[in-house]
Design a protein around this ligand. Structure first.
Ligand code: ACM
Length: 533
């Protein structure tokens, strides 16, 4: 039997009911209506695949069923949930779909790891153990998150991830109650989101060229895989958001401005002061490109791009970048970022930017994402009402190598190596911030050296699990040794799901991961060994 102390992230209150156990029978049903229906369907699919039982969804419970019940109020907001397991019933309570989603993820972890199957429907199912296997311990759980934003970032610009790959990323992160996926859609190397020809196009800009040129670039391969081309149509982007929303994940799109824009400068000649397109970038160079503050077309372009992106974005946030504009010049930076943030806010969205933009006069409530450098402007903006999203590179950047021998990954952040323990043993409320000023935590994966999900997972896991617990669980409840033990137990689940992870030293892993580099050759080329952020 599984135990209640393998849960990850750690719930707020767990009370074992000693002597009680629930055994799932082939005749069990899932009881759900209304707001609980989506989560009930997900639980049904998970348990059908894992147990081979039918588990029909019904509306009136009897002994031996799993019921999802809507309640009027629950401490802790829409993501809070209750979960009670007794001898003859499992009862999940929540006040919103998000709470039911979270309750199902916790219930999933109370089942033996053998319930887990390959995540992609294409993966061959593991053999289903017999009916006596599904015994889970009696418990009462009341749970709610510490921070409302618990995210990952995927750099789909440096290396493209298909719609199916992004959906699988959402499946993996969701089980740890990570609820935000920031997509870094544009950079020097590529432009990955369709911008349609506008009806009103005063300067005659060819927006279609952004993806025709910027999505087609074949970023160089590494020794571990070929470069990847592609882009998301607006329908693809909506499809990803629908999939994410059903799994309690919010998608945050980023257009990086006013630096990191070489792909736009290559696609649209008018954005350059001399009217001539830049060549596409085929290296990992950063910090050398900029929009021009003195060209009226700069603002026309940004208004069109942010307007279209806002119109297809269902979530509240629009990320406008603002990092590493090293050749923009201070005054031009301030002029452009102030105007871009205003344009972003005019779309009705809340703008988000990397912490460099905290130097600028921003719209009320603009979110500051801290990654690197001075903290004072961040604390100052927080004092003026800007929520802070914490992504300090040394404790959240998932692209960093684990050690100098890591075949992929970057290594520019001082103070490494960066293991799950460094990513666990820190607190987001720091440097003079107050608890209510911190919106949450995000772990970025920059992909200069990463090709595809299997390599991405190896860098993300287990460190993203550390971040999930930092973001979900209270600081006093967190404990490095307890977490080490629970990570070890998690190994079997990830392994059965087909998610490669780093077999971090110092952890007693319950199963070995498959090799993410098995179908590739060699190691990453030196060219990427010293790359900057
Ligand atoms: C960053 O890593 N340039 C935000």
């Amino acid at each position: 039997m599984n135990t209640t102390d393998n849960l990850i992230p750690l719930p707020r209150h767990v009370t074992p009911l000693d002597g009680q156990v629930f055994t799932l029978q082939p005749t069990a049903r899932i009881i759900a209506e209304g707001a609980a229906r989506t989560a009930a369907g997900q639980l049904q699919l998970l348990l059908q695949r894992g147990t081979g039982f039918e588990l029909p969804i019904a509306t009136h419970s009897s002994s031996g069923d799993i019921s999802l019940e809507l309640v009027e109020t629950l401490d802790g907001g829409p993501e809070a949930y209750g979960l009670t397991v007794t001898d003859d019933a499992i009862r999940l309570t929540a006040q919103a779909p998000a709470g039911f989603f979270n309750a199902v993820q916790t219930l999933r972890q109370l089942f033996p790891a053998s319930v887990e199957q390959p995540l992609t429907p294409h993966g061959a199912p593991h053999a289903t153990p017999d009916a006596g296997t599904w015994v889970i311990p009696g418990v009462v759980i009341h749970d709610a998150p510490r921070f409302q934003y618990r995210g990952l970032m995927l750099d789909v610009a440096r290396s493209f991830f298909t719609v199916e790959e992004v959906k699988e990323q959402i499946d993996v992160m969701g089980q740890f109650k990570l609820n935000a996926l920031h997509l870094h859609l544009t950079d020097d190397q590529a432009w990955r989101i369709e911008i349609q020809p506008p009806a009103d196009n005063p300067s005659g800009l060819d927006y279609g060229n952004l993806t025709a040129v910027g999505g087609a670039v074949n970023h160089p391969g590494t020794g571990l895989g070929p470069g990847r081309t592609g882009f998301y149509t607006q329908e693809d982007f909506k499809d990803i958001q629908r999939y994410a929303a059903a799994r309690n994940v919010l998608v945050v799109p980023e257009i990086d401005l006013p630096g990191h824009v070489n792909a736009a400068l290559a696609a649209i000649p008018q954005l350059n002061p001399d009217g001539r397109p830049q060549p596409m970038n085929t290296t990992g160079d950063v910090g050398y490109s900029t929009l021009d503050a003195g060209l009226p077309v700069t603002y026309e372009f940004v208004r069109e791009v942010l307007g279209q992106l806002a119109s297809i974005t269902t979530g509240p946030y629009l990320h406008i970048g603002g990092d590493e504009a090293l050749v923009t010049g201070h005054d031009n930076y301030v002029t452009m970022v102030r105007e871009f943030a205003r344009i972003g806010a005019e779309t009705g969205k809340t703008v988000v930017g990397w912490n460099e933009y905290a130097e600028v006069d921003l719209p009320d409530g603009a979110v500051v994402q801290y990654w690197h450098g001075g903290f004072d402007p961040v604390v100052e903006k927080a004092g003026a009402g800007s929520p802070v999203l914490m992504s300090p590179a040394a404790t959240t950047y998932l692209d960093q190598k684990y050690d100098p021998g890591s075949p992929i990954g970057l290594s520019w952040v001082e103070g490494g190596p960066f293991t799950w323990a460094e990513y666990y043993d820190w607190d987001p409320v720091q440097g003079g911030l107050a608890e209510h000023q911190v919106l949450g935590v995000e772990g970025p994966l920059w992909t200069e050296t990463v090709r595809g999900n299997r390599q991405a997972y190896w860098l993300q896991y287990p460190r993203a699990v550390s971040l999930a617990e930092v973001a979900w669980s209270s600081r006093p409840a967190r404990d490095l040794d307890g977490f080490r033990r629970r990570l070890g137990t998690l190994g079997e689940r990830l392994s059965r799901q087909g998610v490669p992870f780093q077999e971090a030293p110092g952890v007693q892993w319950s199963a070995r991961p498959s090799d993410p580099f098995a179908d590739t050759m060699g190691t990453n080329s030196d060219e990427y060994g010293t790359i900057e952020a």
